[in-house]
Design a protein around this ligand. Structure first.
Ligand code: HPA
Length: 266
């Protein structure tokens, strides 16, 4: 059977060095590429289809200001029943296509009360509360080390570039620690107090497995959370997915503007 990388190479004549993964309600950036080749996830061999509402489910290869870029519009999550290996397949395939710097976006709950709803936050580090790791199992030493270092998992170099781009565009970017859970239930207020105590500023259900795999492969990773809601128990109201998607739509234009300025500099 054809590998995912072979399948994509046969359809798109592109050598992207930079890729973006777009999270819940944040898919608009995919429309910015010129001369796009769009490949539906359902057509790519072995690729897990994204079933989450707000996730488009396509890989787009095209150009941004003359630069080859790959965009994953939609991702898969552990809560959909996919394995850690499946939710990170896209990262491995992008690496196979030549991508060496990868920008993740996600929707997250704000734990740090200095964040407002709609804030864009650069992830500076993470706490993995998913109870799994995508590197469990035999290690392919040709791809990366058995025990990869994670002390610069969210490339400080890329964050500095992102902060500079943000300043020039007048977009404020906070930085914070992202706690990853599996979901799909949102957290309880007690869980959020616990996460604040252990040093988390944000909580979400994605990104961490992908960042672990990207680091294992020696790629530079950058991740941007959109604070779509304040985490459970912070405001006297319930959290619902519609609110998460609505906030994503609200910051869409800012995020698109930011990514357009950022990618050519990475
Ligand atoms: N918790 C977990 N994941 C999320 C949240 C949240 O509050 N908002 C968006 N993704």
């Amino acid at each position: 059977m054809q590998s995912p990388t072979e399948y994509i190479r046969a359809r798109a004549n592109a050598t992207p060095r930079v890729a973006v993964v777009l999270g819940s309600g944040l898919g608009a950036f995919a429309d910015e590429l010129t001369g796009p080749t769009e490949i539906s996830y359902s057509d790519i061999p072995q690729w897990p289809a994204s079933t989450a509402i707000g996730h488009a489910g396509k890989l787009v290869l095209g150009k941004l200001d003359g630069l080859d870029v790959a965009v994953m519009a939609g991702r898969s999550h552990l809560y959909e029943g996919y394995t850690p290996s499946q939710v990170t397949m896209g990262v491995r395939v992008l690496h196979g296509l030549g991508v060496r710097t990868i920008v993740f976006t996600n929707a997250a709950g704000g734990i740090n009360q200095s964040y407002g709803q709609g804030a864009l936050v650069l992830i500076s580090d993470h706490i993995n509360l998913q109870g799994s790791n995508p590197l469990i199992g035999p290690n392919d030493d040709a791809l990366g080390p058995r025990f990869p270092d994670m002390s610069d998992a969210y490339s400080a170099e890329c964050r500095a570039i992102a902060q500079q781009a943000g300043r020039e565009l007048g977009i404020t970017l906070a930085e914070g620690v992202y706690a990853a859970v599996t979901g799909p239930s949102y957290e309880t207020p007690a869980e959020i107090r616990y996460m604040r105590t252990i040093g988390a500023d944000l909580v979400g259900m994605s990104t961490v497995p992908e960042v672990i795999v990207a680091n294992h492969l020696g790629m530079r990773a950058l991740a941007i959370s959109c604070v779509t809601n304040m985490a459970a128990g912070i405001l006297p109201q319930k959290i619902n997915h519609e609110e998460v998607l609505e906030t994503g739509r609200r910051v869409r234009d800012t995020l698109v503007r930011f990514l357009k300025a950022l990618l050519p500099r990475l």
